[in-house]
Design a protein. Sequence first.
Length: 451
Amino acid sequence: MSKYLDNPQAVRALVQEDRIHRDVYLSQEIFDLEMEHLHGRSWIYLGHESQVREPGDYITAEISGRSLIMVRNTDKSVRVLMNRCAHKGAKVVTERSGNTGRGFSCPYHSWAYRLDGTLAGVPLRQGYEGTRMNDCESGQGLVKVKNVKVYRGFVFFRLSEIGQGFEDYFKGALYALDNMADRSPEGELEVVGECLRNEIRCNWKIYLENINDTVHAPVTHESSAMSAKAVWDEQPEGSPKPLAMELLLPFAGGVDFAASMGGRVFPNGHSVLGTNTSLHSNYSAVPEYEEAMVKAYGKERAHAILSFAPQNSIFYPSMAVKAAPQTMRVLRPLGSNRTLLEVWAFRPKGTPDVLVQRTLSYNRLVFSPLSVVAHDDIQVFETIQSSVRSPGNDWVSLHRGFKADELGSTDYASDGANEVLMRNQYRGWAKLITEGMTRGDGAPFPKAVNA
Ligand code: FES
Ligand SMILES: [Fe+2]
């Protein structure tokens, strides 16, 4: 019997004010509801404008069980289309990226589409004369995603007709994305290279929680951080610091450092961690870059941009950025216990190569499957997915730092060790998913009770 499918009250009860029920990780019904209501009604990151510079350039992605194409149209606009042939449903584009010329052609019976998705031609057209084909969905071509927003080059979409507008949905949090783009003297970013992909055997929310988890680092990453520190401590004073050391040594900061970072939460699960300081605050200066920034923005503004270096800014539920090393993580849920992680690198336009070298080194050292950091995280995430099933405790604790005044607050600041950033993810989760299940009839978020 279905436990959650038609029962928003039961779904809402999975999120209490200071803890969450393990079914949010484990239940396939919950996963299906998330894909339909949470991911369907939210603004989801698809790709970056710089990946489709010229008309005909496209990328494809599998997101929340839907196949999508992002393409640069002849009028230079970015379009998002369902990658589903209007004839019999075949996937029209099978490559991850490329240039399709003036249109798409389906590999099954060669129905042809323009870059805006409209039907350009079908073989054996006379066979359709006098039929209803032109008047029904099939005659309209590839389904167009209507709600698309390009913000500072980042392309987001919302599948559902119902839902908040882009600015309202990300209200408050967008300053962190602005900061990342503003780190270019030209105010623009571009993707560098391909991404690192890693399929992880855990629920997507376990990974996303960790992006807000400062306290695990001194524990989970102790072996790599302390090994780096031990090697560095043996070097003669005044030795030049290698890039890898610069990137890894901050991981040796303890719990006090975690607390000192500071964080802010926003509605719908978004957050900025590291509002005071972060792992990325003390990278060595690049004088040529700083000069270019001062020239572009003036001294005061350039300083404000560069001194704000959050650890992670989450644009719930699909992506998180690190503005200072110019890197982005994108989460694509594949199942209740499978998640695809993509890690992307960006170049701020008009900056020296050393910045990109830092970005790529960071991604290799920290996020790649062969890193000295990510494998420890992934080991833990995958154990959670199985061990959380153990009998005797159905709940996951998010109690640390809980204060009643955080409930209902739309812009709440905390120390960096406070689990409010994770609690906030689940408050967003519960609101979005149950609003979707109740067709947005406005049932208020409950004052949770501890059972
Ligand atoms: S399924 Fe695409 S042309 Fe037939
Ligand atoms: Fe970690």
